[in-house]
Design a protein around this ligand. Structure first.
Ligand code: ZN
Length: 171
């Protein structure tokens, strides 16, 4: 099978592989928008894996087995603020999460109904990111795909409000 039709790694593994290679000096193309890095996640991961195989194969093995590098809170903000995530996506994710027992977080803010709905959808995305990322991709496709961003990535209008220090998303 052609590698581009069948990603060798899961998204989590692709992210970890890129980060491990970058810690040894591997570089992706600089100065692109976040969406570009997200789209190229698996292609970049193949180059990163090749880079690691040549220099430190044990590091590749460790990366493939490592935990998710982007924390759920941050991932949920990035996914829902891309502009690709639509109201239809919000409905799909919320319905699917609720069917699995996800509790919609109560809102004590005087928000408009649609803002509350969006907040709840963001929480549902975070839920799937943590519990079942494959299912999230099945629900909303490539919109669920995130790359860790290099320092050189262009910034976008919407800051990620879910980012914390232990998250390795690059922002
Ligand atoms: Zn983050």
């Amino acid at each position: 099978m052609e590698p581009e039709h069948a990603p060798e790694f899961s998204d989590r593994q692709a992210r970890a592989t890129i980060l491990a290679a970058e810690s040894l000096g591997f570089e992706r193309e600089p100065d692109l928008y976040p969406a570009h890095y997200n789209h190229d996640l698996h292609e970049d991961a193949q180059y990163a894996a090749e880079y690691l195989r040549k220099r430190d194969p044990a590091r590749l093995e460790a990366a493939l087995a490592s935990d998710e590098s982007i924390l759920a809170q941050c991932a949920a903000w990035r996914i829902t603020e891309t502009g690709r995530f639509t109201l239809a996506d919000a409905d799909i994710v919320l319905r699917a999460a609720t069917a699995r027992g996800f509790q919609r977080p109560p809102s004590d803010l005087p928000l408009l109904a649609h803002a509350i709905h969006w907040d709840q959808a963001r929480a549902a995305v975070a839920y799937f990111w943590e519990q079942d990322p494959e299912q999230l991709e099945a629900l909303i496709g490539e919109t669920a795909r995130l790359a860790p961003l290099p320092d050189t990535a262009r910034s976008t209008e919407h800051g990620c409000r879910g980012h914390v220090d232990s998250c390795r998303c690059g922002r």
